[in-house]
Design a protein around this ligand. Structure first.
Ligand SMILES: [Zn+2]
Length: 117
């Protein structure tokens, strides 16, 4: 499944099984994610491949500086981040993925980022 930032400079591929794709999507209540207003999909880093635009990626770390949040420095869109709670994982911005439609009945879990960030 392909993903990209808004201007298209940054493109990536993720390998996930479509069947349980929505099972673990989440929102986070930390002060950064609240401002971004995003829904995320976690996955092992080896299932994520940057196709192009590495030179356009900038990153942001804050507080304990464990999680690293990547965004396109041209259009500003957050694409993915290295997770604080599991350094072997990235989470990607669901809004960056092509042809993703969240099922209407899907309840999106909130994770407690505010007390851990
Ligand atoms: Zn961009």
């Amino acid at each position: 499944m392909k993903g990209s930032c808004h201007c298209g400079k940054v493109e990536f591929l993720i390998k996930v099984s479509e069947g349980d794709f929505f099972k673990d999507i989440y929102r986070c209540d930390c002060s950064l994610c609240i401002k971004k207003g995003i829904i995320m999909k976690p996955l092992p880093k080896e299932k994520f491949t940057l196709i192009q635009g590495g030179e356009f990626l900038n990153s942001y770390k804050w507080n304990k500086k464990i999680a690293e949040h990547f965004f396109c420095k041209i259009c500003g869109v957050y694409t993915h981040h290295q997770r604080r709670r599991d350094a072997t994982q990235y989470s990607v911005n669901l809004g960056c993925l092509e042809a993703i439609e969240i099922p209407e009945e899907k309840e999106i879990q909130w994770i407690d980022g505010s007390s851990h960030s």
